[in-house]
Ligand binder design. Structure first.
Ligand SMILES: [Zn+2]
Ligand SMILES: [Zn+2]
Length: 176
């Protein structure tokens, strides 16, 4: 989805958001400068800002020196672009920052300071990908162990006939 051109209303505090143009990324980002300091990213925009090596000077400038209204990050929010209910997800495999995502249009909303926390996690896209893979292997590793345990349990539950059959085979082999 392309940049939304109309003024967005902040999904956290209801104030009008301001469009800040970021030349390095070539996109407008919507920031709640007069309310809670939240930031809304259109689909795919977020990828241009989520690692530390990417430049966000214009965003930081827009937020600088302001005191923002406190908002409850646990409340349900509606996407300011398409009005769908947003879903809370961790921003990375590390599970440190919870953000709001719109599954309908791909937009993301971050509370004040969340962008900085997310960027502090990874310097580059490659680092992020590595961490995601490491996390995946951890999960898959656990599942493999579970499968192994289940297989052992299944073995233990084999019928006496089954075991007898096995020992007969074994016995035949030793007699050869
Ligand atoms: Zn706001
Ligand atoms: Zn949406």
């Amino acid at each position: 989805m392309a940049d939304s051109l109309h003024t967005l209303v902040c999904p956290a505090c209801g104030k009008e958001m301001k469009k800040i143009f970021v030349p390095d990324a070539g996109v407008n980002v919507d920031i709640c400068v007069d309310g809670c300091g939240g930031i809304y990213f259109d689909n795919r925009e977020f990828k241009k800002f989520d690692e530390n090596a990417e430049n966000i000077d214009e965003i930081l400038e827009a937020l600088e020196g302001k005191t923002f209204q406190e908002v409850d990050g646990s409340l349900l929010r509606h996407c300011p672009v398409c009005n769908a209910k947003m879903v809370k997800n961790f921003s990375s495999a590390r599970g440190e920052v919870m953000i709001d995502e719109c599954y309908a249009c791909g937009g993301k909303f971050l509370d004040n300071n969340e962008l900085q926390k997310i960027r502090a996690e990874f310097e580059t896209e490659a680092e992020r990908a590595e961490a995601t893979m490491a996390e995946l292997y951890k999960t898959v590793g656990v599942e493999l162990r579970q499968l192994e345990e289940e297989r052992k349990m299944a073995d233990a539950k084999r019928t006496p006939l089954n075991r007898l059959f096995k020992s007969v085979i074994y016995g035949m082999k030793t007699n050869i």
